[in-house]
Design a protein around this ligand. Structure first.
Ligand code: DON
Length: 557
């Protein structure tokens, strides 16, 4: 811990007025430029959203979807849901073979894996309702980065190293001529110092800058995606694009130790599960027990185990199912779950069932960014194409990767998806339905004032990353950089196993916890939290960019 805290103190970025934290430095710069030109945090968020689609192609996107959490300085709070939807021709059993077994890979790679993208409409909605600048202005940096190219740093290469770990061949993603010509023009994976020019993507972005949703959902871009989908046996239709909608609601809200937590409501499980875990752990004196001590780890893991069991059974797209949020977040229910936790003994997950009485490796392709402007407006965005370069396909000359978000649905009840989540019927596939997400752009308020903005990629681990990043700041007194850097632990009910990053637990703690019945798996690293913390004493903004994805930057002024 000491080395960690020292590095965080040395590396901590602070600024008095505004801060942009993303996992790619050129995207952070695009956001900062907009703020300095007089734009607000939402203008900057839209600029960053498009810039990441160019310079962070694994994760930033126009071919995926996500969530934007907005808190304006006047107290308006909004959650914009631009999650992908299942195509109208999707069916519940579309990933099963004739014998009823899940066909490996079908929901993950290729044209059947794609949900109708929401990013362009989501960013446009945010800009129209909460921004101040014209679309063409906030997209200018992204278009220039695509047209003129940008030079890859060593840190930018990380996403391209994902293939072997995920068991996919390079050819399965970069093999098609329209992909190869962008990312492997000389037949090699990208290398540091190489300039990446994306003329097709620049053209796509120019169409969007000019005509917005008309271009993407009713015009040439939809046409190109549907034509390619038809040619490759996919399900997408022009009707899917024409019918696509963005949804808006109040953020999900709960309390923890006197703080107010704002996070993602369904169709994300992020906020509900985060809040459910917080409800269970609230009475335990974690600060006194110590960060990742045996006791703190035990009660944290047991709370996570129970909340994830409920997540997988009871949450789905609220347009299709009734999410029992009030019951899941009822303090009496938290007390009931707390009472089931045995002191000093792991509860086997086989003995933990979804508790309500209701019938019913990571190298992913998600990214989070956080922005606070000089007026105190705050934005957190998590958006994704899901897996390694999404479905691994680009339509024609559009220049952007399409998502494989369909894998977030339940392909078959009881069969784990790529994140090992064993889910149920609430999250089954239906035409026009949004798959359940774990993405959790989250803000923390203290005495009604903004205290933190955070979020991360990491699939099912997104929720526990948000949780630990918040606990690190408010229970354990870490600054923004230390909070995102601190090694993590994670439990999600099934598999019945605690994942931990190197140095997350001492050897002695591991020994004791093993004898208490826990099984552990050391995982090299996961997630990429991008956080802003406001120092209550000075009002200074602290930017913490996750060193796990080394291309990032916290930039402020
Ligand atoms: O929405 C979700 O929960 C997932 N599609 C997120 C995927 C992800 O974070 C992969 N990246 N690490």
């Amino acid at each position: 811990m000491h080395a960690l805290l020292l590095s965080a103190l040395l590396g901590l970025v602070t600024a008095p007025h505004a801060m942009v934290v993303t996992e790619q430095r050129l995207a952070s710069q695009a956001g900062l430029d907009v703020l300095k030109a007089g734009g607000n945090a939402v203008d900057a968020a839209v600029a960053v959203g498009y810039a990441l689609a160019v310079v962070d192609p694994c994760c930033g996107n126009v071919g995926g979807g996500g969530f934007m959490l907005i808190r304006m300085h006047d107290g308006r709070e909004r959650f914009i849901d631009f999650r992908e939807k299942a195509p109208l021709r999707a069916t519940r059993d579309m990933y099963l073979d004739a014998a009823g077994n899940v066909v490996p890979g079908r929901s993950v790679r290729g044209w059947l894996a794609i949900g109708v993208p929401g990013t362009v409409m989501g960013l446009d909605r945010a800009l129209t309702e909460y921004g101040t600048m014209p679309r063409a202005q906030v997209m200018r940096s992204a278009i220039a980065l695509a047209r003129d190219g940008f030079v890859l740093d060593e840190g930018d290469l990380l996403p391209f190293k994902g293939a072997p770990a995920q068991g996919y061949t390079v050819d399965s993603v970069f093999g098609a001529p329209n992909v190869r010509s962008i990312w492997m023009p000389d037949g090699e994976l990208p290398h540091a110092g190489e300039r990446i020019v994306q003329a097709n993507l620049a053209h796509t972005l120019e169409l969007v800058a000019k005509d917005g949703d008309d271009a993407f959902y009713r015009g040439p871009i939809a046409r190109a995606v549907v034509d390619a989908s038809n040619a490759h046996g996919g399900l997408l239709s022009m009707q899917d694009f024409a019918d696509y909608t963005v949804d808006e609601s109040a953020p999900l809200q709960c309390g923890y130790h006197g703080l107010t937590i704002l996070s993602a409501p369904p169709p994300s499980s992020g906020g509900v599960t985060l809040c459910q875990i917080m409800n269970i752990i609230a009475p335990y004196p974690f600060a006194q027990w110590g960060w990742h001590s045996v006791r703190e780890t035990h009660y944290l893991v047991e709370a996570e185990r129970r909340a994830y069991a409920d997540r997988n059974a009871y949450l789905g797209d609220p347009a299709f199912v009734h999410d029992p949020i009030a019951q899941l977040l009822d303090p009496a229910y938290a007390a009931q779950l707390r009472a089931q936790i045995a002191p000093q003994r792991a509860t086997p997950s086989t003995q933990v069932k979804p508790g309500l009485n209701i019938s019913v490796h990571e190298n992913g392709e998600t990214t989070h960014y956080s922005i606070v402007d000089s007026a105190g407006n705050a934005v957190g965005v998590t958006y994704t194409i899901n897996n390694w370069f999404g479905a691994g396909v680009i339509a024609g000359d559009t220049g952007f990767f399409l998502n494989d978000e369909m894998d977030d649905f339940t392909s078959k009840p009881g069969v784990p998806n790529m994140f090992g989540l064993v889910q149920g019927a609430f999250n089954d596939i239906q035409p026009g339905k949004r798959p359940l997400s774990s993405m959790a752009p989250t803000m923390v308020l203290r005495d009604g004032k903004l205290a933190m903005v955070t979020g991360s990629p990491g699939g099912s681990r997104i929720i526990t990353i948000a949780l630990e990043t918040i606990l690190n700041v408010f229970d354990f007194g870490m600054n923004a950089q230390a909070a995102v850097d601190a090694p993590r632990i994670h439990m999600q009910w099934l598999p019945d196993r605690v994942d931990y990053e190197p140095n997350a637990l001492s050897a002695a703690a591991l020994d004791t916890l093993r004898s208490d019945g826990y099984t552990f798996d050391e995982v090299p690293f996961w997630g990429s939290a991008q956080a802003i913390v406001i120092d209550p004493a000075t009002g200074m903004l602290q930017g913490g960019t996750d060193r796990r994805r080394p291309a990032g930057a916290a930039l402020g002024y």
